[in-house]
Design a protein around this ligand. Structure first.
Ligand code: DC
Length: 222
């Protein structure tokens, strides 16, 4: 059984960075599940389709090209909003479900563990995960982080507009009928509003380490 760290949270909460750092720390495989929804959305948009329409979204889900996982084109806010739309369609979630559980059953590299981040990892994809984190931060803080990130890329965007977009995506992700963004009852909540990335990582590690060490010991014994 794979040792799984599930990391969920809203847009720009820092969950992706934390998940990557946790994976590096434990030498576990990592999958950012948002990439699957973003690749689906990109495929729909490039085909001139509508991400809110099931037939278009399903064509997108079947046509995802994982070799583009690192493509900056999937990181735009436009693709993020479209990803949020395709992700509310049950057939799309079902189509991407098996890829995610398959990844967790056999993480690349055949190491003992995997870190997966998203919206429903602790609740739906890996309800029996070894450790679960729910990363949150105030919307204003997340908008500012996103603003700084874009500025670093040479993109000037109004802070208020970004805040509005983040709040709209939060609302869509939290209120959709299927697999809404939610903290699993047994997840540890980590609010990073007042933490820089190093402090957030230290806090995340303190929550996760005892559970992962226990699971690693059990594996050696078992
Ligand atoms: O984490 P992100 O911003 O890359 O995710 C983009 C969208 O994909 C997000 O608004 C909702 C959707 N998503 C999801 O529904 N379930 C996941 N496990 C990951 C992402």
């Amino acid at each position: 059984m794979t040792i799984i760290i599930a990391v969920d949270g809203p847009a720009a909460s820092g969950k992706g960075t934390l998940a990557r750092r946790l994976a590096r720390h434990f030498n576990f495989a990592h999958l950012d599940s948002g990439v699957l929804y973003r690749l689906t959305a990109l495929s729909v948009l490039e085909a001139g389709g509508n991400p809110a329409i099931e037939a278009d979204a399903m064509r997108g889900a079947r046509g995802i090209d994982l070799s583009r996982a690192g493509d900056p084109a999937i990181r735009t806010d436009l693709v993020g909003m479209a990803a949020s739309k395709v992700s509310a369609i049950p057939a799309v979630r079902a189509a991407l479900h098996d890829f995610q559980t398959g990844f967790l059953a056999h993480p690349p590299g055949d190491g003992p563990g995997a870190v997966m981040d998203g919206r429903d990892i602790g609740t739906v994809i890996a309800p029996h995960a070894t450790a679960k984190l729910f990363i949150d931060a105030a919307p204003e803080v997340r908008a500012r982080r996103r603003w700084l990130e874009l500025k670093g890329l040479g993109i000037e965007k109004d802070l208020e507009t970004l805040l509005g977009e983040i709040q709209a995506r939060d609302h869509a992700d939290r209120t959709r009928a299927i697999s809404p963004l939610a903290k699993a009852p047994d997840a540890d909540l980590l609010d990073t509003s007042n933490l820089d990335i190093d402090a957030a990582f230290a806090a995340a590690l303190a929550l996760v380490e005892p559970k992962v060490s226990g699971a690693l010991k059990d594996r050696h014994r078992g």
